[in-house]
Write a protein that binds this ligand. Structure first.
Ligand SMILES: *[C@@H]1O[C@H](CO)[C@@H](O)[C@H](O)[C@H]1NC(C)=O
Length: 453
């Protein structure tokens, strides 16, 4: 495992010393090689590896693979815009992205919960730098502030709990606590306790009501920032909840009904909110919130099926939402606008891109053979098992998801072509490659879904 970390560290040397002319080619190629190497190494361990520093199992393995896979894709996506900037800024951008990738990977794979916490928080730093330095508009500073304050505030109770847990049980190693079944002693208000210490994760996921930073961050972030944010950073929250849930013995669902209510209504509310967005990126961000709230619901139900569903959902969503941001970025790079009404009729000039839109949007909608569907189905089944009324509300979400999917397709692909976008540069092979590399893993997972359950 250290080999992989050092391999990723070697990216910094390439970033700093590569000749400016070949910077992006070298970085992207090296990224792909290291990603392939890491992915095959984790496969060879059969998702079952632990030593004193690292721990890979069925929960962290798939997420670590997702993190490794997305890094070269972010490099592939950002090069056309970044290429125009001064070389030093390009290097700083790549270095910050590598740093972000490294902290996320370390957070997913470290076996000690305190290390997890440190890297979890450390990932905030490069994210903030990327958003505030390379963001598109003035309001990126506000977005950075929101991000920092929400995350920092949520982190405090978690830190207190981790220190307390360490001082009573003398260990935070996931492997050890699991084997010796060390767990948190019963508390007076278990529901409140769960909600407080998970606040850091619920903010990161984000739970509805705590999600205000997300659309802002997404709208302001450059493409690599959006991709990593949607692809891996949100999953850190889900991973944290799943990872720490083994430290609790009881099921607190009865005391957590208010949180469950927020989650269930949040799924519906964000899907409805999507219908009212005019900004393409903030629509995709809202749809992420809707999907991630399903993960919160699954984690609250705490059943083995719902955990599998949450895992499938996170991996599938990581691939599809990142792909959606890439698509939004392809139009953004050409028209410098994210307003959907200005992007109408794209199918007339980019028919092949229309196919990508349809495919990826259908993945996002959870069309049956996809892995998104498998995740959603598992979660819905457990929700039905818990309460048929909650199930009905979540089922309504399917209708609104379809509605906003159609809204996206209609408003970006159909309709008359506005005159101002008749002279756009055609799609490059790079962009087709980028999108197919997102969809390929999602398609392969349909054939072998047991990898992430
Ligand atoms: C991130 O970017 C900042 C500002 O451009 C730069 O000073 C810093 O060195 C970068 N961080 C890393 C880890 O390279």
């Amino acid at each position: 495992m250290l080999i992989i970390i050092f391999a990723w560290l070697s990216m910094f040397f390439t970033t700093l010393f590569a000749p400016p002319k070949h910077l992006w080619t070298l970085v992207t190629t090296q990224g792909f090689f290291i990603a392939l190497f890491s992915v095959s190494w984790i496969f060879l361990q059969d998702f079952n590896f632990s030593n004193s520093l690292f721990f890979i199992d069925k929960i962290s393995g798939p997420l670590a693979i997702l993190t490794c896979w997305l890094f070269p894709l972010t490099m592939l996506a950002s090069q056309s815009k970044m290429y125009l900037e001064p070389v030093n800024r390009q290097r700083a951008y790549i270095a910050n992205n590598t740093f972000l990738q490294l902290t996320t990977l370390l957070a997913f794979t470290s076996s000690d919960l305190m290390f997890f916490f440190i890297f979890f928080e450390a990932s905030l730093l490069p994210t903030m730098i990327i958003i505030t330095r390379w963001g598109a508009q003035e309001r990126r500073l506000e977005a950075g502030m929101y991000l920092a304050f929400y995350t920092m505030l949520g982190a405090v109770p978690l830190m207190v709990w981790l220190i307390k847990f360490y001082s009573t049980n003398a260990s935070l190693m996931s492997t050890l606590t699991y084997i010796l079944s060390i767990s948190q002693a019963p508390t007076t208000y278990p529901g409140l306790f769960w909600a407080t210490y998970n606040a850091a994760f619920l903010v990161k996921l984000p739970l509805y009501c705590l999600h205000l930073w997300l659309p802002k961050a997404h709208v302001e972030a450059p493409i690599a920032g959006s991709m990593t944010l949607a692809g891996t950073l949100l999953k850190l929250g889900g991973y944290g909840i799943l990872r720490t849930s083994t430290l609790l013995q009881e099921n607190f669902l009865n005391q957590l009904l208010p949180v469950m209510l927020i989650t269930i209504l949040g799924i519906l509310a964000t899907a409805l909110l999507c219908l009212r967005q005019t900004d393409l990126k903030s629509l995709i961000a809202m749809s992420s919130v809707s999907h991630m709230n399903l993960v919160v619901a699954a984690a609250l139900i705490a059943h083995s099926w719902s955990y599998s569903g949450a895992m499938a959902m996170m991996i599938a969503h990581g691939l599809t939402s990142s792909a959606l941001f890439c698509l939004a970025n392809t139009t953004y790079e050409r028209t410098n606008s994210r307003t959907m009404i200005l992007l109408r009729g794209a199918m007339l000039i980019f028919p092949l891109a229309g196919v990508w839109w349809l495919t990826i949007v259908l993945f996002n909608l959870a069309l049956p053979p996809t892995i998104n569907f498998a995740g959603e189905l598992l979660i819905m089944v457990t929700i039905y098992n818990w309460s048929p009324i909650a199930f009905l509300i979540v089922a309504l979400n399917l209708i609104f998801t379809t509605a906003y999917t159609l809204y996206v397709l209609w408003s970006t692909q159909r309709g008359p072509l506005p005159t101002h976008i008749k002279t756009l540069s055609p799609f490059q092979i790079r962009e087709h490659l980028l999108l197919s590399l997102h969809i390929l893993p999602a398609l392969l997972l349909i054939l072998k879904p047991e990898l992430i359950f």
